[in-house]
Ligand binder design. Sequence first.
Ligand SMILES: Cc1cc2nc3c(=O)[nH]c(=O)nc-3n(C[C@H](O)[C@H](O)[C@H](O)COP(=O)(O)OP(=O)(O)OC[C@H]3O[C@@H](n4cnc5c(N)ncnc54)[C@H](O)[C@@H]3O)c2cc1C
Length: 390
Amino acid sequence: MYDAVVVGARCAGASTAMLLARQGRRVLLVDRAPIPSDTMSTLFIRPPGVATLARWGVLDSVVESGCPALGTLSYDVGDVRLESRTPTMPGAGAAYAPRRHVLDHLLVEAAREAGADVVERASVHGLVRRGERVTGVQLADGEVHAHLVVGADGMRSRVASLVEAPLRVSDPLASCVYYSAWSGIRTDFGFHERPGSWIVRIPTHDDVTLVATYFLQQEFKRVRQDPLAAHLAAVERCAPDVYALVRDATRVDRIRGSGDQQNFFRQANGPGWALVGDAGHHLDSITASGITNAFHQADFLAAALDGVDLADAVATDEATGRFAGRRDQELAETYRGTLDLARLDLSAARVDILRAVSTSPELTSRYFAVVMGVLTHEEFFDDPDLLDLL
Ligand SMILES: Cc1cc2nc3c(=O)[nH]c(=O)nc-3n(C[C@H](O)[C@H](O)[C@H](O)COP(=O)(O)OP(=O)(O)OC[C@H]3O[C@@H](n4cnc5c(N)ncnc54)[C@H](O)[C@@H]3O)c2cc1C
């Protein structure tokens, strides 16, 4: 009998298992994939996510793994260019984009160190129930019983579908994305935007840089016919300086991408279950928010459960209800901002704002702080310096 079984051992599940085990709970963390292994991602962790890793005591291991610090950031929109230091906040002196087989593994190891049992290559195919209540999971070799089952099993969550968690908010697909990985190109972290296109360059481990191109969802059918050609053509058109670097560089992995980046909030809790990470809330990857959101949700769930006796069904469900409410409230602004950006609709008004911002280093750094989730939109637009410039 476990206090909690967590299904899915990546940034949401491993973090949740670690935090619950640190509360002294008996936790089982289970994943159908081998550990460590990679998953589709452009790897960037926003400053609030980096600060969370620091608070959890995991950031030092990320740095020691050889992950480069991303200290500067640039954004070019046609003839407008913004450049600044990467926004910082207490605990996050730089941004990082660690390979997922490194990050997810460090979190699994932190969970194991905290006392969680970890089982890899084991798929959860069903739930155990007593009446309406979820009381465990079914694995190929039998049932595991727990007071709480946490689905951290990604956007197409099996746990969510087994409990029939309804969608509370959902929006149409907005962008589609393809990315490539290149060895030895010397560049920092940055974005390039043109109407209908968003390009990101992201240095990671081993002197490798990822280059990602976002297209409108309506273009997916065309782009998927020859993703590499469409990707490189977009880089050449929207980021010629990046194209000049990759043209003669070595590509170190096959091109990867997705046309199915769903946008939703699912109901996050019910009798004996909760959903964290992509399982409960998914959004377009254009703002690189998924990993940080997963960390926040792990934190929110652990905080709500702190001091609760998980054998007490009523208290447990009340706590997961508080977690669900906090998730919906605190992740709403990032969701709306992400959908706005993912429409790839570069309006003249936005270019005017960016042009004004680019004339002031202080405003540029505040603008990037908004983009990276360090400041809210209101805090930025309330700035009298900006109003003077516009
Ligand atoms: C192209 C792309 C680029 C992205 N880039 C970024 C980025 O730069 N920054 C960022 O923050 N986010 C990014 N994201 C989003 C980010 O990758 C996800 O938000 C994040 O991985 C979610 O973590 P998770 O732990 O919730 O789920 P996942 O990473 O999806 O992990 C779910 C785990 O559950 C396991 N699992 C599934 N079903 C079962 C089962 N039945 N039994 C047992 N185990 C199961 C899987 O094997 C998997 O290991 C990107 C996403 C995409 C598609």
